[in-house]
Design a protein around this ligand. Sequence first.
Ligand SMILES: CC(C)(COP(=O)(O)OP(=O)(O)OC[C@H]1O[C@@H](n2cnc3c(N)ncnc32)[C@H](O)[C@@H]1OP(=O)(O)O)[C@@H](O)C(=O)NCCC(=O)NCCS
Length: 176
Amino acid sequence: MLDSLLITTAKLTDAEAVTRLVNSAYRGEASRAGWTTEADLIGGQRTDVERIFEMIEDSDASLQIAWLDGELVACVLLKRENESTGYLGMLSVDPTLQAAGVGKKLIAHSEALVKSWGCRSMRLIILQARTDLAAYYERRGYRKTGFSEPFPGTDPRFGVPKVEGLRLEEMRKHLD
Ligand SMILES: CC(C)(COP(=O)(O)OP(=O)(O)OC[C@H]1O[C@@H](n2cnc3c(N)ncnc32)[C@H](O)[C@@H]1OP(=O)(O)O)[C@@H](O)C(=O)NCCC(=O)NCCS
């Protein structure tokens, strides 16, 4: 199946489909079909079309999207934070296709792309409470840096916390 995975750079015309994919992967009932979800931690939307437009138009970012048989099945946002560091965010796989290797393939693709920008490390942020996700990234070589900060639960455009005390935690990987 993965042999036919096609990865492209998102265009403005992909924004609505990407928004649907991201919101279904992270939260709400649809996300429960996957192996990891934040549905019990945060409600509301993860993103919206306006935010995706901004990402696609950001000259320091690249929104990569993956297709299987013409269907959008995954995406990842990469940002060039500075000369040495890339940022990986919004990694999302269609919940019905998770645990088949698509996420790993997109992470490897992301690392290669960020290295081609000259960056030597990748940074990402996860919800501290998502220990299954931290373990997933640790198995890919990412390490917690010790930096964490409160989840900014004040803007419903990014979601509404369902539990108190949520924190975001930073992980990094050196790209050889
Ligand atoms: C995180 C995510 C991108 C991973 O993508 P994926 O395609 O499912 O991942 P892969 O198929 O590459 O790998 C599946 C991994 O999950 C593990 N896994 C499967 N079922 C699991 C379970 N019930 N509990 C814990 N781990 C499990 C597998 O062991 C495998 O890891 P391994 O290869 O190290 O053993 C995807 O689950 C997703 O979109 N989640 C919702 C959005 C999200 O949370 N994104 C990350 C934000 S930082």
